[in-house]
Design a binder for this molecule. Structure first.
Ligand code: SAM
Length: 277
């Protein structure tokens, strides 16, 4: 595994225990929107790439039901274990979760005649070569099968000003559209759609929406950052700079706060769907 994927694997292993469990509605509403766009039907076979704890995987499993099936794959073995456990808790026997690299998923016989639908919620921009990954994913879809991904839409200016505090300490690849949406294919709907079209998918189209994200206050925001990929930002920031960033973020949040001390940011989300010819 190369250094970029090894870094992501250990980052998501580290956050998995608190990921999406700190009382912030973020990953689940974003994944719910993607599943709504893909509209899985009873009996369908699905593949959810970068499934995490199952924010998209589990609703897809409920929708395809016991006559369908869903394979989830994630680079992080801890995420794989958590998604497996959550599926078992609900007795979703149609779910199978595998350790898998979404850049070049190797599914062997599990792919069968091809999946009816493929999904990836907040994953594509983490991959070393998203366009090449989309071409590989297409080989896993049946003819006429569909794919849907969630990526980030325009950032909230206030939230963005907090993220910008980390900018001096982040490597260039974390400053591009993968996280900031300011350049590259993830900057616009047409950019993301172009990745699909170049990879041989047809009829790529996007819808944009925004999800309200509420923090009880600065400490809640901090706990959230430590439970997501953003924990990597803290890790890249020199230790002697971290307290200063936290203080500056606290001031920004307090300035934007409602009378009860909470702050609600708006997270732009883009859903891009396409079909296999
Ligand atoms: C932001 S999380 C999204 C997880 C889940 N889809 C959700 O909506 O909650 C990104 C996930 O992608 C996984 N990931 C990152 N790079 C990957 C890769 N090359 N192959 C498979 N999974 C990867 C991470 O381990 C993490 O679980």
């Amino acid at each position: 595994m190369d250094a970029q994927r090894e870094t992501l694997r250990s980052l998501f292993d580290a956050v998995a225990d608190s990921y999406d469990q700190v009382g912030v509605d973020f990953f689940q509403p974003i994944a719910n929107g993607l599943v709504g766009e893909l509209d899985p039907q009873p009996g369908e076979r699905a593949l959810d790439l970068g499934c995490g704890r199952g924010a998209a995987l589990l609703p897809i499993a409920r929708a395809v039901g016991p006559t369908g099936s869903v394979v989830g794959g994630d680079l992080s073995p801890v995420m794989v274990a958590q998604a497996t456990a959550l599926a078992a808790e609900e007795d979703l026997t149609q779910v199978e979760v595998l350790a898998m690299d979404a850049q070049e998923p190797d599914l062997g016989s599990v792919a069968g005649d091809g999946f009816d639908l493929l999904s990836a919620s907040l994953v594509l921009f983490f991959l070393p070569d998203p366009g090449e990954a989309l071409a590989r994913w297409r080989t896993l879809a049946r003819r006429g099968g569909r794919v849907g991904v969630a990526t980030f839409g325009p950032p909230d200016p206030t939230w963005n000003s907090i993220d910008a505090l980390f900018a001096p300490y982040l490597p260039p690849q974390l400053l591009d559209a993968r996280t900031s949406g300011v350049a590259g294919p993830f900057e616009s709907s047409s950019g993301v759609e172009g990745l699909f079209t170049e990879a041989g998918w047809r009829d790529a189209r996007s819808t944009e929406t925004a999800v309200p994200v509420r923090f009880e206050g600065p400490d809640h925001w901090y706990r959230f950052t430590m439970s997501t990929g953003q924990r990597g930002f803290w890790g890249l920031t020199p230790e002697d700079k971290r307290a200063g960033i936290r203080e500056a973020a606290t001031r920004i949040i307090e300035d934007a706060a409602a009378p009860d001390g909470s702050v609600t940011f708006s997270q732009g989300v883009r859903y891009t769907l396409a079909r296999n010819p």
